[in-house]
Design a protein around this ligand. Sequence first.
Ligand SMILES: [Zn+2]
Length: 423
Amino acid sequence: MIQSQLIFWVGCVSALLVGPLMADELLERDGRYIHLTTDLASAEEAESLVASFDAAITQWIQFWNLEDDAITNLKVEACVIRNKAEFTRRGLIPAKVPDFPFGYAQGNKVWVFAQQSEYYTRHLLLHEGAHSLAYHLFDGAGPTWFQEGSAELLATHHGKDLDIAVNRIPLSRDDAPFWGRFKRMNQAREQSQVPTFETVLGYQPNLTGDVATYSWSWAACMMLSVYPEYRPAFLAAARNGQETGPLFNRQLQTALGNQWPILAARWRLTCNDIDYGFDWNREQVNLSAKDPIWDGNDLRIQIQPDRGWQSCGVRIPRGAKIRVTAEGEITLADQPKPWVSQPPGITFQYHRGRPLGQLQLCLLPNAHDPQAVRLEPLKIQGIDDQPILSVPQYSWLLFRVNDSFGELKDNRGSYQVTLQRAR
Ligand SMILES: [Zn+2]
């Protein structure tokens, strides 16, 4: 702040000497759906923001399952700001706009602070723009979790300009510098502070820009929008955007009906895993409340290394003792030479502290406590740790191969897993 004021002052002095006031000029760029005013130093970045925003809007319209002509007369008046005092002095931030840490949207007007990376500035502009679009299309953006979660969902992206693709999880930290959502989610996991789905639904409005609140809201909206069985309820909820009270959640819960316990179980897995490169096409988990109870007879299943958690298709009763054995071979990569792994994994390469290629298992409880505030962390174990499994409560038994989320697609082969009753 001090530094930019100094530059401004120096600019004024030189202007007195040499003519027009240059340091003081704001850049303005006009697009189809956005008019941008900014004090960014780079005209190229300003133009890129406009191009990215216009390209994003058509993708948002498709995301909300609307026709291309759903937008009538929307022009978002956006300020991307480095020096807030200057925008205030020019009347570009009206007094009625509250203090905001990152960005703020009011109708078709949005204000965003320029960040330390172009990615994050673009993310915030898209986030606020997604609010504007919700006001335009649906007369509101719903309660906090839905409002912030869907804006985050439509703001996360790959690429920029005409090549931007929205609703994409960044592949690596280098792709999204300073964005920090997964860093915050990892902290919550380490501190056992991961909220239940119900906690997220109950988030109250706040203007502190709390990254954790935004991140879990984003995860909830992602989950509701990717599973085909939840998606219609999610899209219907958006159309209910003028409702910001408890009625919004009640209608969503009614629409999802008896799918709630499965959703809650999937939420536990998602929250345990989600990270850079997470690919929903591979990470949707097949679970059903109608899965039969395991009868104790030997059960053989194949575990694919290019998918996330895979259920063995039965629910394991409380008190069961299971011997788990696994065999087979998978290939995790071909470069510089084939990386072949067996169920214990490759002990010279690790992901999340466990050998790459290791077969992992997880007991996912069937029961769901709607009153809980935080999630009980899941116990994930490698196949080597404990071949005999004691099951304390009715649970699904799931397996996956340990690998980075963005590295699953070239994996091949499979592990054959056998469950036997242990005595
Ligand atoms: Zn927001």
